[in-house]
Design a protein around this ligand. Sequence first.
Ligand code: WTA
Length: 651
Amino acid sequence: MSKSSIDIESVLKEARVFEPPKEFAAQAHIGSLEEYERLYRQSVDEPEAFWAEQAETLHWFRKWDRVLDWDPPHAKWFAGGQINVSDNCLDRHLTTHRKNKAAIIWEGEPGDQRVLTYDMLHAEVCRCANTLKALGVAQGDRVIVYMPMVPELAITLLACARIGATHSVVFGGFSAQALEDRINDCEAKLVVTADGGWRRGKEVALKPQVDAALEKCSSVDHCLVLKRTGSDLPMVEGRDVWWHDVVPAASADCPAEPLDSEHPLYILYTSGTTGKPKGIVHSTAGYLLGASLSAKYVFDLKDEDTYWCTADIGWVTGHSYIVYGILANGATTVMYEGAPNHPGPDRFWDIVERYRVNIFYTAPTAIRAFIKWGNEWPEKHDLSSLRLLGSVGEPINPEAWMWYRSVIGGDRCPIVDTWWQTETGSIMITPLPGAIPTTPGTATRPFFGVVAEVVDKDGNAEPPEKGGFLVLRKPWPSMLRNIWGDPERYEKQYWSDYPGSYFTGDGARQDAAGNFWIMGRVDDVINVSGHRLGTMEIESALVSHPRVAEAAVVGRPDDLKGQAISAFVTLEGSAAPPPNFKDELRAHVTKEIGAIAKPDDIRFTDALPKTRSGKIMRRLLKELASSGEVKGDTTTLEDFSVIAQLKESEE
Ligand code: WTA
């Protein structure tokens, strides 16, 4: 990561404060700022005592010898302990009132439904685990999972965890090439897939991609194939096995394997907006503890809650907050297969209403799409079951935050804007909804055990209100342990800029009250006449104009100013903008931030180029703004036609 960048000026001003609602605080796990601060102090002053106490909430086969071995940048948490994630997510609930409680409530895009109780899920996981063993998968082997959002995806992960196979989920939207690279990088032995899944009423075929990838993957012995869409498939004799031929016939008795605390639970490749994907390695005990503790406190999870995270399990959000963190708490997790706008733009609100969802966790990119589609869609539904809303994946612009709060949350639900990364494994900076006052645009305070700081390029703490680089000073249980097969890159990428500290790659500032304002990836900073501006703040200003739905801002070289500001803007509704609308937008940004942030170029477009996890690929826009061409790597781009369309958009 480049350290050449100097200060990042923060220009976003936002002063609305929302205290935790009294009724919410009264019932919350953590119901006051004082209680948060007391626990937080304990977690950073005496981390080992704090984490030891928290770890007692898990079920161990053998208790740990030491809480933390820290040999920077390598951490071992709970060394000497033996534990199993699948056992903690399933078995320990079976002797409680949760045995017949819904673990997963699933809905397919065509409208099919399934409810799996903890007892049923446990049996399915055991059958799947026995099948994996029969297919030659042993402890330590890697399994690639390339599936639609169906219960069998969660079942496969829990089955791998049960026998100590390290899973690596590849998002179903990735191509054969991306799949091949990942299979070869981790030398997987088995691929679990399906014929396909449903998205916007069409089949997304998966098995044909696997077939293409496996032509060049010598490590794979077998491919286990779930029938979901029923489309015709060639099966390769001796290699491919139908799920329905083997899993239901397998025994439902499969004791969970005691595994070392540091056993690699999974590898997840970060799709990244830059560079070659990295196989982020997560551990067993520390990861489980981080995911389950954060799920409990950040989402204020209670036994009677119906919780829904709309992410795909192909991303870390789905790993930690659809599957592991949620099931470890014995909660009910909703899982939905398809698109948010199929058959209509109100599909999510229909699901919230029908299942009476209480906690809803989604991404700013989705929220901005909902705003664009119009208020009439959520307004058609009874959303009164909701009690808490969450956001993750990008900085949420205040405009979207306020809309989320009023239109979806009925001005009643607290919003948790949760900052974290694939690498951190669990939420790092976030409000606790019953304790921490929120303000649109800030992820507020560090979670337990997280020592976050905003520093300059030499690693010195920046004063309040000054933008800089976000680092984490202390190891935490769910931190990544390595980059698969590339320990040098692990050290260089994360630990070399600020020795002993983890560099997040994000810019941020901390306000006088201690809240963290995440400004996005430091690569996304623009330098205009010596002022470094976070693109996110200019984007927020643009989006606060009532006619703007979404905006992406990038820098392009400019002789005079160093960099000029180029804005790509999508508008609400379909009507063409009025003739002087660009001037109006420039005036609007000037009013919101100041003339320094006024975009030099503005282009209107129907869509912005995004990664499949919904992050805007500013790198491509930067190329386009600078040279009018896009030559860089576009393999993580969701929709190629967007680029062609953008090229045609007049400047
Ligand atoms: C960004 C997703 C601002 C950030 C869990 C981070 C955020 C990257 C937020 C990680 C947030 C995530 N506010 N920015 N609440 N959450 N980010 O690995 O730039 O897909 O470094 O993990 O997303 O993305 P990843």
